[in-house]
Ligand binder design. Structure first.
Ligand code: NAP
Length: 312
């Protein structure tokens, strides 16, 4: 029997990925949505999760697709009712909130999945396997996209807690924390804030890996044209390039052919939902704050540079 699931926050990512993936999933059945101004045809919709849970006690799981700063309250509400929770990334606006949610999930005996969709990109596991037998010397991350294309009109993303360019940049950090076996820590950061905004539009970061390698990252949210989501890793035994956000892999400049994705329209979210179903069936949670910790470090350590005002 598929698990009865509700989606909270019917915005861009819910429509682009969550709803179609749930519709095609053998593991889940969408029974309701909660969103202040949107819904899904043919599905019961409610203005808030509280009203949804009161009206639909059959709901067993929720996917929280709202912005990170408003997600923790709904996660607490769901878990208090014994409902399993999938958090979109970044899992919350603070590290403490995620820790608290993880403790609550354990106490309530429900699954909490702090999802990192980029870790499910088709070539990420192969990249991690290839790197696991090599010594990393240097990593260069270039993560550039146009916020107006990928987050049209999303004022929340430049508000306090919206994280600005770290909203996409954290995807790169979620991959790098997955593919490198050694931990790393921030040594320098320069963050550019538009003069009229509370969150940065660009970031330059430098990290040191425990065994001495360096990581340089360049994030830009005002990049016109084609996005660039590349991670380039030099090792003692060749060079690996993970490009297109983990969709493509090349080794020493030659494309490394891989198996076709089972769901080419949703190559990350189909396996992400399969993982959520597996966690629930095994009675486990999956909460890794490592990518969010690096973002928090950047806000703590970063030099602040003022850039021109931004408007959508
Ligand atoms: P979005 O289009 O703004 O959708 C979020 C929805 O949450 C809104 O449509 C809104 O629906 C609801 N909401 C509830 N409280 C809100 C508040 N205080 N402020 C703004 N919206 C509120 O954003 P999104 O692109 O779907 O992103 C949501 C999350 O998914 C983010 O954490 C983002 O990092 C992640 N994500 C986004 C993408 C992408 O390509 N855009 C990709 C992967 C992951 P109502 O007004 O109907 O309540």
């Amino acid at each position: 029997m598929p698990l009865k699931i509700a989606v909270v926050g019917v915005g861009k990512i819910a429509r682009d990925q969550h709803l179609p993936v749930i519709a095609a999933s053998p593991d889940f059945e969408l029974v309701a949505t909660a969103s202040r101004s949107a819904g899904v045809e043919g599905v019961r919709s409610f203005p808030s999760l509280a009203e949804l849970l009161d009206a639909c006690p059959e709901v067993q799981a929720v996917s929280l697709c709202t912005p990170p700063a408003v997600r923790a309250g709904d996660a607490r509400l769901a878990m208090a009712r014994g409902v399993h929770v999938l958090l979109e990334k970044p899992p919350a606006a603070t590290l403490s909130a995620v820790d608290e949610l993880a403790r609550r999930a354990e106490a309530a005996g429900v699954t909490l999945f702090a999802s990192w969709h980029s870790r499910f990109a088709p070539r990420v596991t192969e990249a991690a396997d290839w790197l696991s037998t090599r010594q990393v010397r240097a990593v260069r991350i270039v993560w550039k996209e146009d916020v107006r294309v990928w987050h049209p009109g999303q004022e929340w993303i430049f508000a306090a807690g919206g994280m600005g360019v770290f909203d996409p940049g954290i995807n790169a950090l979620s991959i790098v924390t997955r593919i490198l076996s050694e931990p790393f820590s921030l040594t320098r950061a320069r963050l550019t804030f538009p003069a009229n905004r509370q969150a940065p539009s660009a970031a330059e970061l430098a990290f040191e890996v425990a065994q001495g390698a360096q990581i340089a990252a360049e994030f830009d949210f005002l990049h016109p044209g084609e996005p660039c989501w590349d991670i380039d890793v030099a090792t003692d035994d060749g060079r690996l390039l993970l490009s297109k956000g983990g969709a493509e892999l090349s080794i020493e400049g030659a494309a490394a052919p891989g198996a076709a994705s089972a769901d080419p329209a949703h190559p990350e979210y189909a396996p992400l939902y399969a993982h959520f179903a597996r966690l629930i069936s095994e009675g486990r949670s999956d909460v890794d704050v490592a990518p969010l910790r690096h973002v928090a470090d950047a806000f703590m350590l970063g030099e602040r540079i003022e850039g021109p005002p931004f408007s959508f």
